[in-house]
Design a protein around this ligand. Structure first.
Ligand SMILES: [Zn+2]
Length: 167
């Protein structure tokens, strides 16, 4: 059984980040890291140190990563659906959406408790709060999650990605 991969995503693939987190993959984004100086060197170094697969649109960066013994995958499409499809061809990713990881900051979520009701009331639309839905919270960045109407689109994406898998 292959270890669950962790990812590091370059600036040009920013939309991939939230999707990988929805599928509960530990994912860092170049956009969030604020690396100083030579960003490419910083990304390669981080990928190697933390055992992350570097996802990039830059072929030269893939070569640089491979020379440094870091894993890297070239992702060329413009569209995020095609980008995910490309990735699914390389890795047997589980593309089942789960409420495990904050899409905004990569921290693990927890189920909301009674003490979170005030925070939920502030963050969620009132009709959602009234429906007595299940909520999750991120203790790192404060974001509140629930399975609203967007959840159907997320599941649709998940189904579509199954078609990208190698037969
Ligand atoms: Zn968060």
């Amino acid at each position: 059984m292959m270890d669950r991969p962790k990812f590091l995503v370059d600036r040009m693939l920013g939309r991939l980040v939230a999707w990988l987190r929805i599928f509960d993959y530990d994912t860092k984004s170049a956009l969030e890291l604020g690396l100083d100086g030579d960003e490419d060197a910083g990304l390669v170094d981080l990928a190697r140190r933390e055992g992350r697969v570097l996802l990039t649109r830059d072929r030269a960066l893939v070569d640089r990563a491979v020379r440094a013994c870091a894993a890297a995958v070239l992702i060329q499409p413009d569209d995020v659906r095609e980008q995910l499809c490309e990735l699914v061809r390389h890795y047997p990713l589980e593309t089942v959406p789960v409420m495990e990881r904050c899409t905004a900051c990569n921290a693990l979520l927890r189920k909301a408790a009674a003490a979170d009701s005030e925070r939920i009331r502030l963050e969620a639309p009132s009709h959602i709060v009234k429906e007595d839905k299940e909520f999750w919270v991120c203790d790192r960045c404060g974001k509140v999650y629930w399975q609203g109407s967007h959840w159907r689109n997320i599941k649709m994406m998940s189904d579509e990605l199954n078609r990208c898998r190698p037969k």
